[in-house]
Design a protein around this ligand. Structure first.
Ligand SMILES: NC(=O)c1ccc[n+]([C@@H]2O[C@H](COP(=O)([O-])OP(=O)(O)OC[C@H]3O[C@@H](n4cnc5c(N)ncnc54)[C@H](OP(=O)(O)O)[C@@H]3O)[C@@H](O)[C@H]2O)c1
Length: 356
């Protein structure tokens, strides 16, 4: 009899709470080059919900196990050709979509098989909440600031949704590297936290004019570097606040979530400003980067963020644990305004459990 496990499965594309079901599925068997991971914790990112709604950059074949980004777990067994890893080791598995396809396996299940070349061992002192969020947001922050924008000490970096997990990591990383941040938030109550994290300046769109404040802080020319994950009119204002020759990297579109009006899905750029001030507005998508980077380069970058977190340069806010059964609450929390903490699906530790 094959062993069975619990998995949170989307029967079809749709509103997550409508299409998700808790199912029993056989525990998979790792093939050559693969490891079987017993999942301990895995986050619910807004992007996971976007995938289920059929509004993300890839679509799985339904029915599909949910969770497309990352998890932490113990290696239960290894297939052939998996040198360098040991059964029992605690590892991070980042979602690895074969661009343009979906990742190998959903993470919202008790066991999954993963490419052994992409597993990152994590030290014991990083708890499961931190470890299961190590790949996506910290790596995005690192790649945006260093690889995409090559921001330098002393430069200004303007960012939106600065209170998001990515935003908080950008603040901490920039502080470490000597880059000065201008942090845009939509709630006055978020400003204190931004300052406490080491953000140099904060702009609250609730009661301040973004472009005017950027001009006051960085000078009338504006900033040379910016990242945006809000899009819509806020993204457009960020592009306006760029200095001539400036660069804006758009990596999210939070204001477009759940919107259906095509006009609400855009970033309305000023053509004259983009042309005559030779500004660059381009996208970044970690999944594409993962899909094109070699396993060695991806693992090397992941090891860098692991070390930044282990050395307490970067701190990832602790998530709120949920069992799979309470998926409706976890899904609601993931997108609730001012949710602060990230919902995580957690599973009992295999070593604490009586399997008999
Ligand atoms: N391109 C990539 O590869 C990549 C990788 C990682 C993440 N991302 C994207 O990065 C973004 C942040 O992800 P996360 O996990 O860090 O988010 P998160 O921790 O869940 O936080 C969401 C944040 O966004 C703010 N927010 C939500 N809707 C907003 C809106 N319409 N206008 C302004 N602010 C808004 C929230 O503000 P309140 O606190 O006021 O509610 C909150 O601070 C998402 O869009 C995600 O998809 C992209």
């Amino acid at each position: 009899m094959p062993r069975s496990m619990r998995a949170l499965v989307a029967l079809e594309a749709g509103e997550p709470t409508d299409v998700l079901r808790l199912e029993s599925r056989p525990v998979p068997t790792p093939k050559a080059g693969q490891a079987l991971i017993r999942v301990k914790a895995t986050p619910v990112h807004a992007s996971d919900l976007h995938v289920l709604r059929g509004r993300y950059g890839f679509s799985p074949e339904f029915p599909a196990v949910g969770g497309y980004m990352e998890c932490v777990g113990h290696i239960e067994t290894l297939g052939p050709d998996t040198e360098g890893l040991k059964a029992g080791e605690r590892v991070v598995a980042a979602a690895i979509p074969a661009v343009p396809g979906p990742p190998v396996a959903g993470t919202w299940q008790e066991y999954l098989v993963a490419d052994a070349r992409r597993l990152l061992p994590v030290p014991d002192h990083l708890n499961d909440s931190t470890a299961c969020q190590l790949a996506v947001n910290p790596l995005t922050a690192l790649l945006l600031v260093t690889r995409e924008l090559d921001a330098q000490a002393g430069e200004w970096l303007l960012q939106t949704a600065a209170g998001s997990t990515v935003g908080r990591l950008v603040i901490q990383l920039c502080r470490h590297l000597g880059i000065r941040t201008i942090n845009v938030v939509r709630r006055r109550s978020a400003v204190e936290e931004i300052t406490a994290l080491g953000g140099d300046e904060a702009i609250c769109t609730e009661d301040e004019d973004l472009m005017q404040r950027v001009a006051e802080i960085a000078g009338p020319a504006g900033v040379r570097k910016a990242v945006d994950c809000v899009a819509g009119p806020v993204g457009a204002q960020v592009s306006q606040a760029l200095a001539p020759g400036g660069e804006l990297v758009v990596y999210g579109a939070l204001s477009t979530h759940r919107q259906t009006d095509p006009a609400a899905l855009t970033i309305p750029l000023q053509a004259r400003s983009v042309i005559y001030e030779t500004k660059t507005v381009r996208g970044f998508w970690l999944n594409r980067w993962f899909g094109t980077a070699s396993p060695e380069i991806a693992l090397h970058a992941l090891a860098r963020v692991r070390d930044l977190v282990a050395d307490e340069v970067l701190s990832i806010p602790q998530g709120r644990p949920f069992p799979l059964e309470r998926f409706a609450e976890a899904v609601a929390l993931a997108e609730a305004p001012a949710h602060g903490t990230k919902p995580l699906f957690v599973f009992e530790d295999a070593r604490d459990e009586d399997d008999g």
